[in-house]
Design a binder for this molecule. Structure first.
Ligand code: AHR
Length: 309
């Protein structure tokens, strides 16, 4: 791949002059299986053998801690900064500080509301489209009969939570699917389990027909809650989620989830390639979208053994 050449050939993408590009990467945290796969992909691509010295920070999903980590990178004088922004808002000041220090910022995975003048480029997934695909499947399969739906939202204020809600809601509008409740489970298994327990207490297993979870981990937590309450996930309560990580795909094959929209976490090589291009002064687009697929139970059974994460 393009990210496999060493930085020691005298190319200009070598801030320190010793052949290595120092990159500060501000990761969200380690909330989900998706995040683990993304971190692994980033660490593999920003490896020493690819010419990088990676300074890794995971902010445990605390937006203030993530901004502080980016400020540290600026003070350290890294060559470039890569951010997977926890939330969309609040980035203007620190991005301006990076710009003032002449340090390019490359975003991966999540987006920000700040002006795109304040960063070089972004690579990730079309979260709104993911929500739409999930909603279209829901509309097709449940839209013609009265269906009571609960939603497990991702981290409040994050791009995937905002966009997946928007895309889904647009796709089910005008159908008989009724959203009876929606709360954040913070993209974690524990969060999904706890919030689902609350939903079950409030509405009963019989009072919920459909669950839309903004990621697989929350769906997996909800499955535990449904089973503990004596319900059959995938039957008593149909489940739609997003990511297609291994445990999610297994639950889909096992009939406990009904439909999954993929969110590809393997963004490392493209991010590393973009960092080199930006430091070399090559022109890049403001946004690079990676393709997603979606899977029914039958389709999941066919592909599960050949998946990379
Ligand atoms: O930003 C991508 C989302 O973050 C994934 O869907 C979720 O699992 C992760 O925590």
């Amino acid at each position: 791949s393009c990210a496999s050449t060493s930085g020691g050939d005298g190319g200009s993408a070598d801030g320190g002059g010793d052949g290595t590009i120092t990159v500060g990467f501000a990761q969200t945290g380690s909330e989900s299986g998706w995040r683990s796969a993304n971190t692994e992909s980033m660490k593999a691509a920003f490896s020493q053998e690819n010419g990088f010295d990676l300074v890794f920070n995971a902010a445990d999903n605390d937006p203030a801690a993530q901004i502080a980590a980016v400020r540290d990178f600026i003070n350290q004088g890294v060559d470039a900064i890569v951010i997977a922004p926890i939330v969309e808002d609040g980035w203007d000041d620190v991005l301006q500080e990076a710009a003032d220090a002449g340090i390019p910022v490359i975003l991966e995975d999540r987006t920000v509301t700040a002006s795109d003048d304040l960063y070089s480029t972004w690579v990730g997934l079309d979260f709104k489209r993911e929500g739409e695909i999930a909603g279209e499947w829901a509309a097709e399969n449940y839209g013609d009969t009265p269906t009571k739906m609960v939603v497990l939202e991702g981290t409040t204020g994050s791009a995937p939570a905002n966009d997946r809600a928007e895309g889904f809601d647009a796709a089910i509008s005008g159908t008989q699917i009724e959203k009876i409740d929606s709360q954040t489970g913070d993209f974690t298994r524990d969060g999904g389990k706890t919030v689902m327990e609350g939903f079950i207490q409030k509405y009963g297993i019989d009072g919920i027909d459909l669950l839309y979870a903004h990621n697989d981990d929350m769906a997996l937590g909800a499955i535990e809650a449904i089973e503990a309450a004596g319900g059959v996930p995938g039957e008593d309560i149909a489940i739609i989620s997003i990511d297609a990580v291994h445990d999610g795909m297994q639950a889909l094959v096992d009939g406990k989830i009904n439909f999954i929209v993929e969110c590809n976490p393997l963004l490392g090589e493209q991010a590393a390639d973009l960092v080199k291009k930006v430091l070399d002064g090559e022109s890049v687009d403001k946004a690079y979208y990676v393709e997603d697929q979606s899977f029914t139970q039958e389709q999941a059974a066919e592909v599960i053994d050949s998946r990379a994460y």
